[in-house]
Design a protein around this ligand. Sequence first.
Ligand SMILES: Cc1ncc(COP(=O)(O)O)c(C=O)c1O
Length: 404
Amino acid sequence: MKEKMANKQFDERVDRTGTNSVKWDYREEIFGRSDVLPMWVADSDWPTSRSVIDAIIERAEHGVFGYTKPGEETDELVVNWWEKRYDWEVDPSWIVYTNGVVPTLSMVIDSFARPGEGVVLQPPVYYPFFTSVERGGSRVLNNELKLENGKYKMDYENLRELCGQNDGSIPSSPPPAMMVICNPHNPVGRVWRKEELELLADICLEKDVLMVSDDIHAEFIYEGHSYSPLASLSDEIAHNSITLTSPSKAFNTAGLPASVAIIPDETVRNRFEVARNKVLKKPSVFGLEALKAAYRDGEKWLGEQLAYLQENMEFSYSFVKEQIPLVKPIKPEGTTLLWLDCRPLGLTKGELEDLVVNEARVGLDFGHWFGPGGDGFVRLNYACPRETLEEGLERISRAVISLT
Ligand SMILES: Cc1ncc(COP(=O)(O)O)c(C=O)c1O
């Protein structure tokens, strides 16, 4: 009952138009019409926690916004977050601050993979991973996830092949420079189990492939699932890893970029820092305040939000299963994203886009944006008030019915 009361705050619909919101104010540019209900980009439609808002107001009132840098207090908050939530003991010296996970990932790829070298991705996956690899001139090596009985799995056999077999034969190309994973995985919603990560890490360690784990969705884990940071699995794995994260998904502060790279290995970290100092900024004054307040005081709010999201997830999953049986939902274990298999509708790429945008008038991410294995799917972000979610799902349902 208490939880239900607390969750009322997430029922409120906030008008985000006119705030330069990518999700709401760029609908015409992205979907060609401004009347779609936007359920695409992974930010929520909720105000962040009161603690974050108050911290920003207080800092704004100070009025002096000169050069700023995170200090020991910030390190302590980051260390505590990982320790108490994920049972991972992070040494403060491992932490490097940046201003966004995607720019950090691009920088890591540029500095640890030479042009022409391979970077393994596991599509369908968050599309900026592809641009991050390609822009710097390295090569995407796809280790496509396998969908088996409604559940996505990693393809270890294919990965072994990409990394070069151990059968004594001369490999046709050198092993990849690195592998980028996403945990929990956007868009398919898997929270990788320890054993799955260990198997993956064994292959990468054997072939000296650096592992980068984008864990920005780690705070969204549903009942019955448990998130393990890759680097927490063993010292050896930790020394072959870079973990990237930010409170910006959990606290809806993507407009206040502040992110964290956790790099246990000193040599890797030094190389990272040299590159970071050349091309990236540290968090801004307000990004830093948001990060500190989130990690210091945000847990209660986060728990309330997660309870609401769990209900939204169950609701949207059941709605699609029952009301739109031709579309097959993949049940998320984490993230705020529902991955919908629309292949049974038998539509071409253009027809599916037309159905979603012009018939349903909903803005979704299209599966082909996410690389191999994405065709015929769409991604719906359910981090919004229930009423908005219901409206979006009803619109999709009506459009699909109109096909028959
Ligand atoms: C897996 C993943 N990584 C990174 C980001 C964006 O990170 P940032 O805004 O810090 O660049 C997103 C946003 O949706 C995401 O889903």
